[in-house]
Design a protein around this ligand. Sequence first.
Ligand code: OXD
Ligand code: MN
Length: 588
Amino acid sequence: MALTTNKAVLTWIDEMAAMTQPDRIVWIDGTEEQLEALRAEACSTGEMIQLNQEKLPGCYLHRTAVNDVARVEDRTFICCREKENAGPTNNWMDPVEMYAKLKKLYTGAMQGRTMYVIPYSMSVPGSPFAKYGIELTDSIYVVLNMVIMTRVGKKVLDLLGDSPDYIKGLHAKAQLDEKERYIVHFPEDNTIMSVNSGYGGNVLLGKKCFALRIASYLGRNEGWMAEHMLILGIENPQGEIRYLSAAFPSACGKTNLAMLIPPEGYRKAGWKVWCVGDDIAWLRVGQDGRLWAVNPENGFFGVAPGTNEKSNPNALSTTRQGTIFTNVVHNLDDNTVWWEGLDKNPPVNAKDWKGNPWNGQESAEKGAHPNSRFTAPAKNCPCISSEFENPQGVPISAIVFGGRRAKTAPLVYQSRDWKHGVFVGSTMASETTAAAAGAVGVVRRDPMAMLPFCGYNMGDYWQHWLDMEGKVAHLPKIFNVNWFRTDNEGHFIWPGFGDNLRVLEWIMKRCFDETDGVETPIGYVPRVDDINLEGTDVSKETLAGLLSVDQALWKEEAAGIREFYGKFGDKLPAELAHQLSVLEGNLG
Ligand code: OXD
Ligand code: MN
């Protein structure tokens, strides 16, 4: 039974059903009874495995196909009418051609299957930030993940009413054929189409596809921003909470930073860190002229390997109930899960992420896929912010960019002003990781960590960032951090994790004019005495090294930026070309 009388919705679903030819159509109303029945069905077919309900209540395990374990950037398209509007960093195809190609792949793709209709909201339904979507999928796994990651149910359709203003998403697993796998966005049609994949980032259409690619396009047209950013609140001993948002390329420890536990000395003094979001921020200008942010998601789709009691106890405890694990190790002895970096006791009697027998004490092969994931409800997180559901969001004082740079970038520096900050964000670079398919360990530029997620020409996106300056009366200050500088043996110099709060403390003080900075050719760095090192093994000399700016390396960096900017031709904002010349000038 359809849960709405909205003509635009019903007509679209009829068309999609005529093409994909499912045996039945099921509307997801969001009730627990319906979800429980779906979980049981998924377990009966082997699509999911129910885990030990005493140790992990409400938790399940899923394995994807072995050829389908990560986002596929080379199969991801932005299909707007003009190629130029997708820009040099996106794959593009003419929409007419792409629709025709997809039609062939979707025709009959749901025969013998059920089409689930998932009405969902990104952000709190009914809030000023909220945007609605409907995802059609033939995967129960997708339904159950979307229920964790977004706000799903009939209420969304009630709020949508008769409006045609929603994002259409169609997902079909088809044959999981990697050569015919497409993740396609039609920003001008509010449409997302995903076929031949079952992996989260490609199929949970509310996340990267909607909340970043489509939303970034909407944000530009409507005067707001959709960013690949965590949001956190830092509470000082006086009980004042200040918020920042931070962009890092995939798998740079964003979830860890978002759930940071202060070092002991800080905890004792009364510092607390509150997580508002770990991956995506939507930012709007508030009535008070500040920039306000919400996390449009409702859960965390985090990388499992490396998550442990030390690196991220909050994330670990978040995954202890109501969580779906994907591609981790299944411990057959007690029907729980394990992954590399969880602890030093890999199970002996287990199955690896492919479902093959695996003995963690003996096997040379990894048991969990490096990009194995947990999908966990945000409300489980011990440090979830009391403002998580605030429909107005939180006011942002600092925007932080970062990446993995072994040598070039100092531990932290502050941009001179907004324009320079946009330049800093546009030149971000990092090493690739396992979150995206392809080579690991290669340095690539990833402006604002949005390279794979910007739904339009990146040059126009930078201009949009620059234009925000005129819209926000009280602009956040912009910083860059690098937790990953290494010594000559390749060891990380900065302890990272909770100790990153020492750097965030400086950042917040700068935002409130409570401390000074030292000017360098690339921006302001802290005075060595202004980063609290008490309780660390880091000496002042080491810190001085971490804060140093190597002119020769930065000349190389500037040359790299010039080359990168060259790709954007006329779309490169003049202001950014100017900022690059200023940097070159400063370097002498
Ligand atoms: C992710 C990513 O969040 O790849 O999954 O950025
Ligand atoms: Mn991400």
